[in-house]
Design a protein around this ligand. Structure first.
Ligand code: NAD
Ligand code: MG
Length: 401
């Protein structure tokens, strides 16, 4: 069998780079068909030179034009596409087998969905896409014969513990509960009264994982774990009361699956995303990932705690949105994306993130999601309200109110 061709949506990000690293270790198994980025021209150009893909796409048309000039100067034959439509073109192209969905946030939704609709093997890192669309996304996967392989370390861990089994209900698999672990991020022990003063740099300094800025802030607020509980419900047909999160500061156990007979299967590994990436890419076979073997004697201890919902209100709010379903999870995701961006730009405080979320979730009238157009519309409405709130907030701060 020849090498499988891979499109990497978001190749310049943390997951994208780790994916290219795994591919480079196995040139006989994988070849790079397309890589994409938002606006990082230089890095994408470097990746083109190393991996020689058939296509490279930049979401920003201006950046695509610049990149096209650079590649022509260097005599490279990679075809450059520009604009968001180009992302869906390379995600659904007939010559692609695997699509790594590693764009951050709602921007990844349409190309990831295009891959599912084209019946690809979809390696899903972009959890926001699934949180926003839920059943609509799962239907697209099923109706088009696509295969969905989780990349999020916790979900990949569950997937491995259940050997990739699928069922419409967890109980049919004899499973009573899925437990996702969370490190607790950089503020697990910070005195609560100091959280209003933390900076973006402090929030992005994750103790165990090296990740993009948005997911780092989400990990610090534990909204990330909230998104992951919602993601787990859709991926594994679990109900909200069958999924839970526990704090595990060492990030060695990634998930646990409890069976009705009292057996609990856990997945362990060093905290390096190349482990789930290599596992998903080669599934059901196994290949090396380049990650050093786990030494439990060196780790020495594995601790587990109940998360404190006072400290992590974003986790509580996500669990409420998960139970509500429908529009609530779209609002949760959209408002959080806007809030995290505003926090990174120092327009709001870290502790404003849950305040904004609670207000926006409280305001929205929940309804079931009919179609993707409705998801996109609700996403936009929620973003506009959140931006308005932030503008008012900074206006009153400037006025010293
Ligand atoms: P990142 O910020 O490092 O990279 C994001 C990538 O998306 C970049 O290639 C960027 O160019 C691209 N991108 C950003 N905005 C875009 C837009 N508007 N249009 C097109 N492309 C755009 O993020 P990351 O840490 O690699 O995370 C990617 C996804 O994987 C997220 O959904 C995250 O939740 C998930 N994930 C990441 C990790 C991790 O360890 N980093 C772990 C689990 C899940
Ligand atoms: Mg995760």
């Amino acid at each position: 069998m020849g090498a499988q061709s891979v499109t990497i949506l978001g190749s310049t990000g943390s997951i994208g780079k780790s994916t290219l690293d795994v591919i480079q270790q196995h040139p006989n198994l994988y070849s790079v068909f397309a890589i994409t980025a938002n606006s990082q021209i230089e890095l994408l150009l470097q990746q083109i030179q190393i991996h020689n893909p058939r296509y490279a796409v930049m979401a920003s048309p201006d950046c695509a034009e610049q990149l096209r000039m650079e590649t022509q100067k260097l005599g490279l034959d990679t075809e450059i596409l520009g604009g968001v439509d180009g992302l869906s073109v390379v995600a659904s192209h007939t010559d692609v087998e695997l699509v790594m969905a590693a764009i951050v946030g709602a921007a990844g939704l349409l190309p990831t969905l295009a891959a599912a609709k084209a019946g690809k093997k979809v390696l899903l890192a972009n959890k926001e896409a699934l949180v926003m669309t839920g059943q609509l996304f799962m239907d697209a996967v099923r109706d088009n014969g696509a295969e969905l392989l989780p990349i999020d370390s916790e979900h990949n861990a569950v997937f491995q513990c259940i050997h990739g089994s699928r069922s419409d209900s967890l109980f049919d698999l004899g499973i009573s509960k899925i437990t996702l672990t969370a490190s607790g991020g950089p503020f697990r022990q910070t005195p609560i009264e100091q959280l209003s003063e933390v900076t973006p740099e402090m929030a992005c300094a994750h103790p165990n994982w090296s990740m993009g800025q948005k997911i780092s802030v989400d990990s610090a607020s534990m909204l990330n774990k909230g998104l992951e509980l919602i993601e787990a419900c859709w991926l594994f047909s679990a109900s909200p009361d069958q999924v839970e999160a526990v704090l595990h500061p060492q990030s060695i156990v990634h998930a646990l699956v409890s069976y009705v007979d009292g057996s609990v299967l856990a997945h362990l590994g060093n905290p390096d995303m190349r482990v789930p990436i290599a596992a998903a890419m080669s599934w059901p076979q196994r290949t090396s990932s380049g990650v050093k073997p786990l030494d439990l004697v060196e780790v020495a201890r594995l601790d587990f705690y109940q998360p404190d919902l006072q400290r992590f209100p974003c986790l509580r709010l996500s669990m409420e949105a998960m139970k509500a379903g429908g529009i609530a999870t779209v609002v949760l995701n959209a408002v959080n994306e806007v809030a995290v961006e505003a926090f990174l730009q120092r327009k709001i405080r870290f502790t404003d993130i849950p305040v904004l979320l609670e207000e926006m979730l409280g305001k929205s009238v929940n309804r079931p999601l009919n179609d993707i157009a409705m998801v996109l519309e609700q996403d936009q409405l929620a973003r506009l309200s959140a931006l308005e709130w932030i503008k008012d907030q900074s206006r009153s701060q400037r006025a010293g109110l």
